[in-house]
Ligand binder design. Structure first.
Ligand code: DGY
Length: 324
């Protein structure tokens, strides 16, 4: 590293082991002890003062911000997370700013969350829990509170990358589901039975549960459109642990309110942390606050990988996971 240590701004509180690692890295690191969300002005100041920034999904970065009023010092943005749709990658590329992310380390935690939502949605777990908490449970009933068994049902995976495949693996090998998928490019072979379909429409029509694992932003914004939602069986469920903007959220709300599909399990929303009031009011929807990767182990691994990218950059070493 150079004699004067590179200055790093970390925009969010990190798990303790990550902060310890960064503090011992030889870099000059400014932490966010209060975990206060950065405003645009804070981000501009950070871009003007820091050589590297470690940020996360709640920190949007567009071209004008990256210009930092003509005084940008930052060379590298290390994103805490695999999804980088909050960063304008073209703007970063045009300006020669490096962007890294954290692939691989959150695959299991996110696939676990997808499986949890599949089970919660099909077994009406949120609705049943709310019923109990409100004191409305009248005792065991052979015919009330029934959900749908997943065994023998078809899981439709949109985006068969690491997390999509890990979710299919859980569903097929652990829960006796059958998996079909659509992926933009050819993928496989798989260590589990999973059949490709030629289009998103084909998956939406055939699946009993559709699970989304396509990246957000760009061409994927509104990928699960009103027309595609309309292709789903009325008995089918939609699960999203990818990004909220992958679904036309207004169309999904309309389909759920009209009872056009059986239910949904959502961990991500188009305008986080806002969640449409109609969704909050619906019984047949399980809602989680973007916790797909939220285990201490996984968040620590994500922070460590983000730190690895920063440290490697300032040592002039190859970056473990560069996006731009
Ligand atoms: C990810 O890694 O993309 C998670 O959603 C956290 O942002």
């Amino acid at each position: 590293m150079a004699d004067t240590p590179a200055r790093i701004v970390v925009t969010r509180r990190m798990p303790p082991a990550v902060e310890e690692r960064l503090a011992a890295s030889g870099l000059d690191v400014a932490f966010n002890e209060d975990d206060r969300l950065f405003t645009r002005a804070d981000t501009i100041r950070a871009l003007q003062e820091a050589d590297g920034i470690l940020l996360a999904v709640g920190d949007p970065l567009d071209g004008p911000l990256l210009d930092a009023e003509g005084r940008r010092r930052t060379q590298i943005i290390a994103n805490f997370g695999v999804g980088v749709n909050h960063i304008d990658l073209d703007a970063a590329r045009d300006r020669g700013v490096i962007v890294t992310n954290t692939p691989g380390v959150l695959t299991d935690a996110t696939a676990d969350t997808a499986m949890m939502l599949i089970l919660q949605a099909t077994r009406r777990a949120s609705e049943m829990e709310m019923q109990l908490r409100r004191g409305e449970w009248g005792g065991f009933s052979p015919t009330a509170q029934l959900g749908m068994s997943v065994q023998g049902k078809t899981l439709g995976v949109i985006g068969m990358g690491r997390i999509g495949a890990a979710t299919a693996r859980r569903a097929v090998l652990g829960f006796g589901m059958r998996a079909i998928y659509f992926n933009r490019s050819a993928v496989g072979p798989w260590d589990l039975p999973a059949e490709a379909r030629p289009s998103i429409e084909a998956v939406m029509e055939e699946a009993d549960v559709v699970t989304l694992h396509a990246p957000g932003g760009g061409a994927n914004r509104g990928l699960i459109s009103a027309e595609r939602i309309a292709r789903m069986k009325p008995t089918a469920y939609l699960v999203n642990t990818a990004r909220g903007d992958v679904i036309d959220e207004t169309a999904l709300v309309a389909a759920l309110v009209a009872g056009r599909i059986a239910g949904a399990g959502l961990d991500v929303f188009a305008h986080e942390p806002e969640v449409p009031a109609e969704l909050v009011a619906l019984a047949n929807v399980t809602l989680l606050p973007h916790i797909g990767s939220a285990t201490l182990e996984t968040r620590t691994a994500m922070g460590m990988l983000a730190a690895d990218n920063l440290i490697a950059h300032f040592r002039g070493e190859p970056l473990p996971s560069r996006v731009v």
